[in-house]
Each structure stands twice: as structure tokens, then as C-alpha cells.
Design a protein around this ligand. Sequence first.
Ligand code: ATP
Ligand code: MG
Length: 464
Amino acid sequence: MTTDRPTAINPDPRISMGEGSLDAQSSTPSADPLPATQIHQMLQQQWGDALLRRLHGIGRIAANLGTPAYLVGGCVRDFLQNHPMPDIDLAIEGDVRAVAEACSAELSGAQCTYHPHFGTAILRYPDGFQLDLARCRIEHYPAPAALPEVQPAAIQADLIRRDFTINAMAISLDPEKFGEFLDPYGGRTDLQRRLLRVLHPHSFLDDPTRILRGLRFAVRFQLQLEASTRGLLEEALTQNIFARLSGARLWRELKYLLELTDLPAALEELGAWQLWPLLRPTPLEVEPLLAKIRRGQQEIHWFHRHFPDEKLCDAAVLLTILWRDIPWAAEKRLHYWPVTDGRYILNDLHRLSEIPAALAKASHPSAVAQLWESLSLPGILALLAEYPETDTITKSGRYYLLKQRGLTSPLNGKDLQAMGLAPGPQLGKVLRHLHDARLDGTIKDKETARQWLIRQGILPSIQP
Ligand code: ATP
Ligand code: MG
């Protein structure tokens, strides 16, 4: 089903016409008015004078160009909740590039980067502070879950293309009415009542990623699905709407979900919203799985604390834990999702069960290290998550990561060739043995390595 094209007078025909339309405002009594002077005062208290001056500057420049500017979306929501300084998004009713370039020219030190493909710009200040600018627009979805066609629009129309009422509020930066609060769909009241409400009945069908965005907001801000929005979610799931979404778009949303600090709460909510099948078949016992996820998050934090410069795909660790008992379901999903390190996950899932018994049998440190080496980094951390922090397996895995994995042979290929060994596969084997000997503590430097090679009969006892 396609949507009617909105008009300037009626930004979205579904809102106020026809049966089943969702008039967000009429179903919720509005909160006390929030006059511009009060917003101004609150902005000053929460965001400080320096930022306020910057916002005044941008508002003035935008007005001079005849292109009003607004604070919009998540930053207004977070501001109303007095949350720590959010990322700041500005909506511009006109030429974004012109506004960003004029700001860059007129405001001391601000640098502008314009992205023509998206029609967005970033303003960066010398102290590292940055603002995102986007053009007010309206979106038309040619088919359910398709990418939208976009047209420039005014702020009122721009607000209705958004996902939830709590994200459809704006604050004017225009010098004539700086601080004027725009809340046409009752977002502030919903925020006070902790309700998550879409702006029109077709919202989840147009863009099912909103369902997962909503789930994240519900967890982050302790929101409940408003009753008709819950009905719309159920309807969208009945229509199997996620089957229409590309693997890349679905994975992007799920990855954000897996990155939530309160992931166990998010997974519980996933169950309540009947969305487990997106990630995996519904587990028979959710609690033990959530406990492993909590342990997995501990191991991820441990890793980042000890190796702050090393890359780790946290989501790959969590997926390995989530798919531990169901490699077949993992295979199906990895076929469609562009998971970083995804190619290792299946190998790990097949190997994980063997490792603990093999570790117990390993007689030398080098044998232990080889077992850990047979897993990817996410696989190692996923295995550690199955044991308490004090368990010998956890200690062994952490020791491997901290000490063993960084150990190298004191002699490299060039050294060995200088000693008369011919290049080729045999040389590779010798290097491997030297590496094992280093792990086992048999050698520690070039000299002990050379003596070890002589004892092994690899080098003659009298060298030229
Ligand atoms: P966060 O704190 O996670 O950044 P946010 O609300 O700022 O929350 P963004 O992804 O940064 O989320 O998006 C900024 C705004 O753009 C949202 O507040 C919302 O108004 C709008 N938006 C983003 N994605 C969608 C979408 N899929 N459908 C409709 N509106 C969207
Ligand atoms: Mg944001």
C-alpha cells in the first residue's frame, strides 16, 4: 500500500482524515504551556551561555538568509528530560549549505562540511563541539519498507515524517521568536506520561526500522507502547513487515540494540514485543541466556579496559552468545546481515564446545595458547562469558589475551636464514616450534633460542 502524497496545508492526509487515523494530540491532554522565555532560561541553565550564543548566532544568520532554523528531534526530547548534553540536530527551512557556509564565514572558527549526497552539513567549532544541519523535508514511501522519496518542506511537515511524538518537537532559533516551542503532536505530554506513540497509522509499515528504534527508546527512557501504537505494531508483524527490509538495514538497527548498556532489559522487551524471531528463535529459557549476556558485557568491558586501542566488534561477541545453541539459525542470518567479523562466528560456534575439555587436557602453555588461537577474539570472549570471572577457563583465556598472544619468537625468518636455514615450508615449521618454545618458557632471547636450535639438531653445534 502506498501513502497519499502530503500537501502543504495538510502535511499528512492520514492524520486528520479517514477512519483509523491517529490524532496524537486529541487523545492526550496537553502539558502546561512552555513559553519561549522559559525555554530560553532552561537552555541557559542546561546547555550554558556559550552554546546559547552559538545557537543565537546560527538563528540570526539563518533568518538573514530567509531560512529559519530549529532545534529538532532527539536533542529537544533529551533537553526536556534534562539529560546530559545530547548530539544537537538543527532543521533548516531552506538551503542548508548556504546556512552552514555563512555560519562558517561569520562565526569565529566554525568549520563547515557539506554532504551533497544527503543535503546535510556539519558545523565544527575549534573546541570540538559540533552541530548537524539537515533540510526540513517530507518523505513519501513508494512501498512498505522501501527507502523514501524526499521533498523539501516546512518545519510542520518535517515533524510529521518523524518516528514518534517524543521525537517530533522543535524549538525555534529565529531571533524574532527564539525559544518558541513546536509540539504539534503532544510529544511533551507523551514524554511526561512515558508513552511511545507513532504519528500516523502507516508509520511502521512505511519504515519498520522504527519498531526497533522504538524498542531502544522504550528501554532507554522507560516508555510504554501507547495502546493504538501497540495495535499497529501487531498489525505490522502480522504482515511480516521485517521480511521486506534489507539485511543491511535490519542489522544496523539490531546492532544499535546490542550496543545498549541495558541489553538484558532490551532483550526482555524484545520478548514482550514479540520480536525474538528477528534475533533468534524464542529461547526456551530466557533467564540463563540473559545471565550469559550480562557476563559477555563484563568480558567486553574487561577487554576494552585492557586493550583500549584494539578493535573489537562487541556485537559479534553478543551474537556468538545468543547463537551458541543454534548454529543453523546463525547461518541463515549471517547470510543476510553484514556483521563485522561475521565470517568467524560460524567457525567459533562449531568449535566452542570442544575447547573446555581440550584445555583441561592440554599439557603445555603452548598447547593452551593454540586452543585459544583457534577461536576469533569475539569467540574467546563469548566462551569466557559461560564461566564466572574466577573460573580457571576465564583466567586461562584472559592470560592468553594479556600475555601469550603478544609473545613472538626471539628469532625471525631473516635471522634463521642468516644462520644458514633455507627458505621454505621447513623454515615456517621451525618458526612455529620456536614460538611454542617461547610460550613454554624453554627459550627467552636470541641466545637461548640459538642454543635450543642446536639441541634440536636444527643448527650444527659449531657454527661458521
Ligand atoms: P539518539 O539519542 O539515539 O541519537 P535521536 O532521536 O536523536 O536519538 P537519531 O537517529 O539521531 O535519533 O535521529 C534524529 C531524529 O531523526 C529523530 O529524533 C527522529 O525525529 C528522526 N528520525 C530518525 N530516524 C527516523 C526514522 N526511521 N523515521 C522517522 N524519523 C526518524
Ligand atoms: Mg541523535
